[in-house]
Write a protein that binds this ligand. Structure first.
Ligand SMILES: O=C(O)CCC(=O)C(=O)O
Ligand SMILES: [Fe+2]
Length: 287
């Protein structure tokens, strides 16, 4: 297939994201805003056509050998070391296995389906509308901007918070079992770390836990900075779970931190080193 266009990805009769004023557009945005306002999560069901999902799945399979898998036990803030300033039984000192991997941003063909979809202006604008953000830009980080999250059999992505305010995820290949996205809406806020509620979930508590039923082709818009979330373990013998993750920022030119980049991708690029000291944080929460 040649370079894919918007209409190759989206059935524009059902989701006319090329016609922002149309009734169906307004309705889709309103539904997504409802979800994002109430629980920090919106699922645009069946947004991406099955044939396009197949193209994305093929590209992910092709680039899968470049996946950086890392097995570590980490706290919800992606830290792996005990912090003596906090008690032993505390989220900061509770470490659980994260064993998934990421295909990095520099693996994708600039003209391939992953990059095409990630950068379609109409899609970016639609996502911005859903999030009620005036402008969105594809995350400029050359590794973390456009990734695929890979969970092979036996792997899980434990409870954590994202550093980005929101993420856009497209399930491309379901596991036969497990590999479910779970989250606890607004378990923390800029004014309240929510440590007790978080500890309860880390200890296996189910209070407030929502399990999403995602199908390939569903687009999920998720505010992961305040909502603890995880992908459950894919059992041995299952098909792997593959999800495309599109990161956008409200400001252009944002680059991720050296430490987190190394943790997720096993390396950094010169752009990360240059950006390290110039970083501006939007809040004072623990990573
Ligand atoms: O694979 C997913 O659905 C989400 C993974 C995730 O939470 C993350 O990459 O931060
Ligand atoms: Fe996440």
């Amino acid at each position: 297939m040649g370079a894919m266009k918007l209409a190759d990805f989206v059935d524009l009769d059902t989701y006319p994201i090329d016609r922002p004023g149309s009734d169906d557009y307004v309705a889709a945005v309103a539904a997504a805003r409802d979800g994002l306002r109430s629980v920090g999560c919106a699922v645009v069901t069946n947004l991406i056509r099955a044939a396009a999902v197949a193209e994305l799945a093929a590209e992910i399979k092709q680039e899968k050998p470049t996946t950086h898998f890392s097995m570590q036990t980490m706290n919800p803030y992606f830290h792996t070391e005990v912090n003596d300033e906090f008690p032993e039984r505390h989220p900061v000192n509770t470490f659980i296995e994260r064993s998934s991997g990421f295909i990095p941003g520099d693996s994708w063909d600039p003209a391939g389906p992953m990059n095409r979809l990630f950068r379609i202006p109409e899609l970016v604008e639609f996502i911005a509308e859903c999030l009620e953000i005036p402008e969105l830009y594809p995350y400029a980080d050359p590794l973390a901007g456009l990734t695929a999250n890979i969970l092979d059999p036996g792997q899980q992505f434990t409870w954590h918070f994202d550093t980005n305010d929101f993420a856009v995820t497209l399930l491309v290949q379901e596991a036969d079992e497990g590999g479910l996205f779970e989250y606890v809406p607004a378990i923390r806020s800029p004014k309240d770390e929510g440590f007790e509620r978080i500890q309860n979930v880390l200890d296996g508590g189910r209070e407030g836990v929502v399990t999403l039923e995602l199908r390939p082709g569903d687009l999920q818009i998720f505010r992961g900075r305040h909502s603890l979330h995880a992908v459950t373990r894919v059992p041995d013998g299952s098909r792997p779970r593959h999800a495309a993750i599109f990161a956008y920022t409200a400001e252009p030119g944002v680059i991720g931190r050296v430490e987190r980049t190394t943790q997720l991708f096993g390396r950094v690029l010169p752009a990360h080193v240059e950006a390290e000291e110039a970083r501006v944080r939007s809040d004072a929460l623990i990573d």
